[in-house]
Ligand binder design. Structure first.
Ligand code: DCP
Ligand code: MG
Ligand code: MG
Length: 660
């Protein structure tokens, strides 16, 4: 494997992470030996405790024996650690470099570009070094050492930034690849950094180290290699790649692993992006009543809202996970079940860091309804775990090209307006200027956006498209007109054809209309249909009679019986909303063309799901007159705000749709 020297990678690991978070909350703990306790284990401890011999993942009893004055802080609530972890990641992203998260307290950054800019712009005749060096800092093959030195100065700046901004000390490793950066970062801990030249790799990768001590070689791979008698690095290096392959590892992976054992690693620093979902769970000995469930859910929601306030995005789906001890015994150990449903993103409107009490109550109620699908409140149950999560954030739904795309109207020249998402906004760059290349890339991607959206426009306008015409791969399904009759002779893929055949014609029509309407919102146009977006028809809009038919017979045996299946039944997706529908809306939900708010395309508006239409209507009734800014300006302004408190204007769902 070729060993590229042309990059500089920094690995930053926060020192005694959980302990630092606790010490920031209670500074008086800083000089005392202190440990963070989870159950009967000290998961981490501060450095004064380490000086007394206390270690990470030590039993409490042992730690107390070694250090009787050890102060223990409970660390079972991870909310604050997650919040700080996200804040650190966001700060590192502000450099404009690719940042890849690795666990809660570690990140890799590829700072090659920052170095290039510095070299171009600053007079670098005397290149200095920051921090410590592992081995000799020299390279006979190329000039990479100068870049590593500049990298060490930048690493120092990054660590100082984390100290200033978050009051967190960290340790860093600087190398020409990820594996060496991570390994060398642990050489001088805490609050220090180390750089290593490519030629010194074997100082870190000693021949007798176990294969699993290489970052990237996990326990499973270790077991496979062990079966072939490959336990340590020396054996791995000596083994022909075919032998590594023979244990059931792919050729590509075998090459990668062998390369890693020599300290060679050409893998890229992949931008981690923001998590696709935020969630928390709590384990306990037992909860036996609905009231206790509600209390635990309120508590979990409070913690989750802290994360959401920090995150700044608005979810459109909530999910609950439960472990029932009785089912555990019946089915298998650690059996978990989940249910999820769509919710209005407006419930997550923060003011001074909190959402409205009504919204909180409504969310707890909805979680209870979902939980009631998995346990019977009127029967005895024994819950040992409850978890809640939120996902399908508004910006993800938008990114998939969904709701917002319905409202893109063409400019005079025929090119639709671009409404940038948070992800496409230019990043504030602390560590380099806005290079031409970056600007060019941005331009290209926005041009691609434009062309994608042109397609969307065509699809949306073509409302009389025949449902039975199969779209090409990756293409969206055609959108049926709200009033045109639909042929229902072909069974949708999610349904059992036998069941479908026996359904009454009007129910088939209703299901098809709902399927298409739901899919539009979830998957958008031109995007690949994800498993999650291949939603079944939205049964919340069906009459109870139809619902019971579906519940009784329509689900495949697999989705009914496999509680671990991530595919949820239509019922569980939408049930909480069904009670809110009036009889009229149940009987004819999708066929009415409602009054369209000013500024939106009536044809498109008519095809949105009812709850979104209602929300838009109520927003338009109460909306303050939008400022005369272009959507671009407004969106990027909004995107800049990461804080929990958002302006009223920002929170209006109409802002996602407004045309200039
Ligand atoms: N952690 C955990 N359980 C483990 C390992 C770690 O809960 N088995 C948590 C506690 C740590 C955090 O993850 O604070 C980060 O793990 P690190 O291994 O980076 O350890 P620390 O940051 O605590 O210490 P160090 O200074 O050695 O990096
Ligand atoms: Mg750490
Ligand atoms: Mg770590």
């Amino acid at each position: 494997m070729e060993d590229r020297h042309d990059r500089v990678i920094v690995h930053i690991d926060l020192d005694c992470f959980y302990a630092q978070v606790e010490m920031n909350k209670k500074p008086e703990l800083r000089d005392k030996p202190m440990g963070v306790q989870q159950k009967n284990i000290v998961v981490t401890c501060n450095y004064p405790a380490r000086a007394r011999g206390v270690g990470k993942c030590m039993y409490i009893t042992e730690a107390r024996e070694i250090c009787p004055e050890l102060v223990l802080v409970n660390g079972e609530d991870l909310a604050e650690y997650r919040r700080v972890s996200t804040a650190v990641y966001s700060s590192l992203c502000e450099t404009g470099s690719p940042v890849e998260r690795l666990g809660m307290d570690e990140n890799w950054l590829d700072i090659t570009k920052i170095i290039q800019v510095r070299r171009r712009e600053q007079n670098m005749t005397d290149i200095s070094l920051s921090g410590k060096v592992c081995g000799e800092l020299e390279c006979e093959e190329c000039e990479c050492i100068d870049n590593l030195k500049i990298g060490s100065v930048i690493a120092q700046e990054l660590r100082m930034m984390l100290k200033d901004k978050h009051n967190l000390s960290s340790s860093a490793g600087i190398a020409h690849n990820k594996v060496l950066a991570k390994l060398v970062g642990g050489v001088n801990k805490p609050d220090d950094q180390t750089v290593i030249a490519p030629g010194s790799a074997l100082l870190l990768l000693k021949h007798d180290l176990r294969v699993t001590s290489i970052p990237g070689v996990g326990r499973k791979t270790g077991e496979l290699l062990s079966a072939a008698g490959i336990e340590n690095l020396e054996q791995l290096r000596a083994a022909p790649v075919e032998d590594v392959e023979a244990v059931g590892i792919s050729r590509v992976q075998a090459d990668v692993i062998k390369g890693l054992s020599w300290g060679r690693d050409n893998s890229e620093v992949k931008m981690s992006g923001r998590p696709a979902s935020l969630g928390l769970e709590d384990r306990f000995l037992g909860i036996y009543t609905k009231e206790e469930c509600a209390e635990k859910l309120r508590w979990l929601l409070g913690r989750l809202l802290l994360l959401l306030a920090e995150d700044g995005r608005k979810p459109t789906t909530i999910k609950i996970t439960v472990r029932d001890y009785y089912k555990d015994k019946l089915v298998k150990k650690f059996h978990k079940e989940s249910r999820q449903t769509k919710v209005s993103p407006r419930l997550f409107q923060f003011e001074n860091g909190s959402i409205k009490p009504d919204s909180e109550t409504s969310l707890v109620d909805q979680f209870l309804v979902l939980l009631g699908k998995m346990i019977d409140y009127s029967d005895s149950f024994h819950i040992t775990l409850l978890g809640i999560a939120v996902t399908d954030f508004v910006d993800q739904v938008e990114k998939k090209g969904s709701i917002k795309n319905f409202f893109i109207s063409p400019k005079k020249d025929g090119i639709p307006q671009s409404v940038p998402t948070e992800l496409s906004k230019p990043k504030k760059n602390l560590f380099s200027d806005d290079s031409e290349e970056r600007a060019q890339k941005r331009k290209q991607s926005s041009e691609e956006d434009f062309s994608k959206k042109s397609k969307v426009e065509i699809m949306v306008k073509d409302t009389n498209a025949n449902l039975l015409v199969n779209p090409g791969p990756g293409e969206p399904k055609p959108v049926p007109s709200t009033s045109a009759p639909i042929s229902c002779s072909t069974c949708p893929p999610e349904y059992d054809p036998e069941v479908w055949k026996n359904l009454p014609e009007d129910l088939k029509q209703e299901l098809i209309r709902n399927t298409y309407t739901t899919d539009k919102v979830l998957m958008g146009k031109g995007s690949k249909i994800s498993t999650e977006s291949k939603s079944k028809p939205n049964c919340s809009k069906l009459s109870p009679e139809y619902k019971s038919k579906l519940n009784g017979s329509n689900l495949s045996p697999e989705s009914r019986s496999d509680p671990n299946s991530s595919k949820l039944s239509p019922e569980s997706r939408s049930e909480p909303n069904s009670s809110k529908l009036s009889p009229e809306s149940i009987s004819k939900p999708m066929l009415e063309i409602p009054v369209c708010p000013k500024g939106l395309d009536p044809e498109v508006f008519a095809q949105l799901p009812e709850d979104i239409r209602k929300e838009l209507l109520s927003d338009s009734a109460s909306a303050v007159k939008p400022k005369k800014t272009t959507p671009q300006t407004k969106s990027s302004k909004n995107a800049k705000k990461g804080s929990a408190t958002k302006s009223k204007e920002k929170n209006s769902i109409l802002n996602y749709f407004n045309r200039s």
